[in-house]
Design a protein around this ligand. Structure first.
Ligand SMILES: Nc1ncnc2c1ncn2[C@@H]1O[C@H](COP(=O)(O)OP(=O)(O)OP(=O)(O)O)[C@@H](O)[C@H]1O
Ligand SMILES: Nc1nc2c(ncn2[C@@H]2O[C@H](COP(=O)(O)O)[C@@H](O)[C@H]2O)c(=O)[nH]1
Length: 234
């Protein structure tokens, strides 16, 4: 991702408990454009070696500094349509006049091996992933502290034309109206506080009983009677 993130050297890393086998999760972050999901995503990836980003395909042109294959796979409309036809996306949607989609390859196999994936996608994609893979999905929505601050962030980012910013601001309220389709909602006011809240959500979700696939064997072993133990009365 090319957008700059504030320095975060003092922050703790959200370490998962590696002692037991665990199914991976799909950690989705959505927000109105400019609220800060790319920034928070970047911080998570920097601090947590156990999560990797799902790189989307898009027909939107690259912004200055964006790298093909890292920020997005930049594809033509014809190539995108071909991928849709070949059922190569887990989800896809039109956002701000361009197509965006999550490639299927990699994600499903990785989840079984305990790999966590981060998704920076909009509410339409979130709904599609939730319908397909409900038990693996964790949905987080970021809100800006105010509409004025949202405008300041979009302008301050310096990556989009005045027209593009106006279009994204015009869509902001309708994007925000989907806040109640998410499991967690975090206001991104102070970046450090927001990052800490997001890492706490990730840590808690990793500990869900259903995701800890190694628990059954572990608990069975804990409960195995030792030689000479009295049998417990029913
Ligand atoms: N808490 C914050 N305080 C101040 N500035 C912030 C904060 N969070 C993000 N920013 C800045 O706001 C701008 C927009 O952030 P970012 O690009 O992460 O938003 P986004 O939600 O990913 O937008 P898009 O959907 O358009 O990709 C960036 O310049 C970023 O550095
Ligand atoms: N449904 C999907 N939405 C996506 C995907 N990749 C990104 N996005 C969302 O698009 C907007 C605009 O992104 P930008 O990089 O052009 O600012 C933003 O809300 C992203 O979250 C995707 O694969 N599927």
């Amino acid at each position: 991702m090319s957008k700059s993130a504030p320095k975060t050297t003092q922050m703790h890393s959200p370490e998962p408990d590696d002692t037991l086998a665990r199914r991976g999760l799909m950690f989705i972050m959505s927000s109105p454009s400019g609220a800060g999901k790319t920034t928070i995503s970047r911080m998570l990836l920097e601090h947590d070696p156990h999560i990797c980003i799902s790189v989307s395909c898009t027909t939107r042109p690259p912004r200055p500094g964006e790298v093909d294959g890292k920020d997005y796979h930049f594809v033509s409309r014809a190539e995108f349509d071909r991928m849709v036809e070949n059922d190569e996306f887990l989800e896809w949607a039109q956002v701000f006049g361009h197509c965006y989609g999550t490639p299927k390859a990699q994600v499903k196999a990785g989840l079984k091996d305990g790999q966590d994936y981060l998704f920076d996608i909009d509410w339409q994609g979130t709904q599609q992933l939730y319908q397909k893979l409900e038990r693996d999905v964790v949905r987080v929505f970021l809100l800006p502290p105010s509409i004025e601050e949202l405008r300041r962030r979009l302008t301050g980012r310096g990556t989009d034309s005045t027209e593009v910013i106006a279009g994204r601001m015009a869509r902001a309220r309708s994007e925000i109206s989907h806040w109640d389709g998410y499991d967690y909602v975090v206001v991104n006011d102070d970046i450090r506080t927001c990052f800490e809240k997001v890492t706490e959500i990730l840590a808690a979700e990793r500990m869900r009983r259903a995701r800890q696939t190694g628990l059954i064997g572990f608990v069975r072993e804990l409960m195995r009677p030792e030689e000479g133990d009295a049998t417990e009365a029913p």
